[in-house]
Design a protein around this ligand. Structure first.
Ligand code: NAD
Length: 437
C-alpha cells in the first residue's frame, strides 16, 4: 500500500518507519526542512531507541522517503495519516488544533484520488468531523473517508509498542475506511493485538479516557505516598501489594514527583475542557489534575526541607531532567517547575541528563548543565534524583558522597533502598518510605 504520514515527530516517525518495515511504500512529510534533511541522511531528529536502524533500513530498501511537499506524498496514495502535534494553547490549555487543520488542508490540496485520511494525533471529540468538513469544502470533487486511529505508544519503547500493541482502535464512519485500516494493520494480526472497531467519536474519546485513567493511577499512588509519609507506611510495599490484585494491576503504581511529558498533562486538561463543553462533570479527572499540579510545588518544598529549610546560595544538583527515561522529550517534565521553584527560592542549579540536555537548554535558564552526573554533583549541597535512567540507578554512592559538599539525597523515584543510601552516609529523603526502623 502507498501511505503518507504527515508529521515526523515521536508518533509520525515511528508510524512511518514501522509501516515501511511492514512492506508498505511510505512517504513522510514534515514542514520542518531541517528535520527532513536529517531524516534523509538516516538520522533521527528525536531520541528513541532503535529508530535510526529502522529508518536507515527502510530508506535503503526504497520503502521510505521523506519530503517537505505533501504533493509528493499524496500522489496515488490510499491512506494519509495526520500525526502532527496538538500542543496545549498558552491561553487556556485547550489543544491547539491548527496544525491538524493545516495538515487536513495540505492533504486536501494535494490528493489525487480516493483516499482514507486517518487522524492519529490525539484530538478532542468531533475533530474528525471538522477534518472531514475541511476536506469536503476544499475538494468537493474527491471521494474520501476520515478515520480515527489513536496512538498508544510510549516514548522510550515506541517501536515495540507500535509493533506489538495492547490493542488497535479504528474509529470509522464507513466500510472503505475500515477496510483500508484493516489491510494496513494486517501484519500486526499475528501479534494477537485485538482490533476494536468503533465510531469515530468513540475512538477519539478512547485515547483521552485511557490517558486520564493512567494519570489517575499515578495521582492516586502519589497521594497514598503522602499519607504513608505521615503514618510511617511504605508506599513501595503498599503499591506492590495493592497492584497484585488482578482487578487493579501493578503498572503505574509507582509513586514519584508527579506525571509529566507531552501527553498526560495536556490530555487530562483537554478531556476536562470537553467535559465542561458538554456539561458533564468529571470529578475524578479534576481531582487527578489538581493533585498533580499541587505535587509539583510539594516536591520543591520537599527539597527545601531536606536542605534544612532554606536553599539560598546552595548548589542543588538535579540528576535526570526528562519526564521519564529513554527519551529526550522535555515537554511538561516535572523537573522544570521543580527547578524554577528552587531558583526562585535562591538555589543555584546544576543539572545532568543523558539525552534531554538539548531540549532542557531551550526551557531552563540559569542552569549549569553537565554531561556527567558526578561533575554535576561536585560540591553540591543536595542531589535530587528526578528520572530513573538506568545509569542513575547504579551511581557510585561512595564517590557521590565524597564529592558532595553535604551528603543530602532527595530520591524522588525511590531508586535507592533507604538502608543502602544511609550506609553510604547520605541523609536520604524519598517518596512515601519510612526512616530506619
Ligand atoms: P511532535 O511535535 O514530536 O511532532 C509533530 C511533527 O509534525 C513536527 O515534526 C512538526 O514539524 C510536524 N508538522 C506540523 N505541522 C505539519 C504539517 N502541516 N505538515 C507536515 N508536518 C507538520 O508531536 P508528537 O509527540 O509526535 O505527537 C503528535 C500527536 O500524537 C499529538 O497529538 C500527541 O498528543 C499524540 N501522541 C503523542 C505520543 C507521544 O508519546 N509523543 C503518544 C501518543 C499520541
Amino acid at each position: 500500500m502507498k501511505v503518507a504520514v504527515i508529521g515526523t515527530g515521536y508518533v509520525g516517525l515511528v508510524a512511518g518507519v514501522c509501516f515501511a518495515d511492514m512492506g508498505n511504500r511510505v512517504v513522510c512529510v514534515d514542514t520542518n526542512a531541517a528535520t527532513v534533511e536529517k531524516l534523509r541522511a538516516g538520522r533521527s531528529p528525536i531520541y528513541e531507541p532503535g529508530i535510526e536502524e529502522l529508518l536507515r533500513r527502510n530508506i535503503a530498501a526504497g520503502r521510505l522517503t521523506v519530503t517537505t511537499q505533501a504533493r509528493e506524498a499524496l500522489d496515488g496514495t490510499e491512506a494519509a495519516f495526520i500525526c502532527v502535534g496538538t500542543p496545549p494553547r498558552d491561553s487556556d490549555g485547550e489543544p491547539d488544533l491548527s496544525l491538524v487543520y493545516g495538515a487536513a488542508k495540505d492533504i486536501a490540496n494535494a490528493m489525487t484520488g480516493p483516499l482514507t485520511v486517518v487522524v492519529k494525533s490525539t484530538v478532542p471529540v468531533g475533530t474528525g468531523d471538522a477534518v472531514e468538513e475541511i476536506i469536503r469544502r476544499t475538494r468537493p470533487d474527491m471521494s474520501f473517508s476520515v478515520a480515527s486511529n489513536p496512538e498508544f505508544l510510549r516514548e522510550g519503547s515506541a517501536l515495540a509498542d507500535f509493533q506489538s500493541p495492547d490493542r488497535i482502535v479504528f474509529g470509522v464512519e464507513d466500510a472503505k475506511a475500515e477496510e483500508t485500516l484493516r489491510k494496513l494493520y494486517l501484519p500486526l494480526r499475528a501479534t494477537g493485538a485485538p482490533q476494536i472497531v468503533t465510531r469515530r467519536r468513540t475512538s477519539e474519546l478512547i485515547k483521552y479516557a485511557a490517558n486520564a485513567f493512567l494519570a489517575t493511577k499515578i495521582s492516586f499512588i502519589n497521594e497514598m505516598a503522602d499519607l504513608c509519609e505521615k503514618v510511617e507506611g511504605d508506599v513501595t510495599e503498599l503499591a506492590a501489594a495493592v497492584g497484585l490484585d488482578s482487578r487493579i494491576g501493578g503498572a503505574f503504581l509507582r509513586a514519584g514527583p508527579g506525571y509529566g511529558g507531552s501527553c498526560f498533562p495536556k490530555d487530562t486538561c483537554a478531556l476536562l475542557h470537553t467535559a465542561q463543553e458538554y456539561g458533564v462533570p468529571l470529578r475524578v479527572v479534576e481531582g487527578t489534575v489538581a493533585a498533580n499540579n499541587a505535587r509539583k510545588h510539594r516536591m520543591a518544598q520537599k527539597v527545601i526541607e531536606a536542605a534544612g529549610g532554606s536553599v539560598i546560595g546552595m548548589k542543588i544538583a538535579v540528576l535526570g531532567l526528562t519526564f521519564k527515561p529513554d527519551t529526550d522529550d522535555m515537554r511538561d517534565a516535572p523537573s522544570i517547575p521543580l527547578i524554577r521553584h528552587l531558583q526562585r527560592a535562591g538555589a543555584e542549579i546544576a543539572a545532568y541528563d543523558p539525552q534531554g540536555l538539548r531540549q532542557a537548554r531551550d526551557r531552563l535558564g540559569n542552569v549549569a548543565f553537565h554531561g556527567d552526573p558526578y561533575e554535576c554533583a561536585a560540591d553540591a549541597d543536595v542531589v535530587v534524583l528526578m528520572t530513573e535512567w538506568n545509569e542513575l540507578r547504579s551511581l557510585d554512592l561512595g564517590r557521590l558522597h565524597r564529592i558532595m559538599r553535604t551528603p543530602v539525597m532527595v530520591d524522588l523515584r525511590n531508586i535507592y533502598p533507604p538502608e543502602l543510601a544511609r550506609r553510604f552516609g547520605f541523609r536520604l529523603v524519598n517518596i512515601g518510605r519510612p526512616g530506619p526502623r
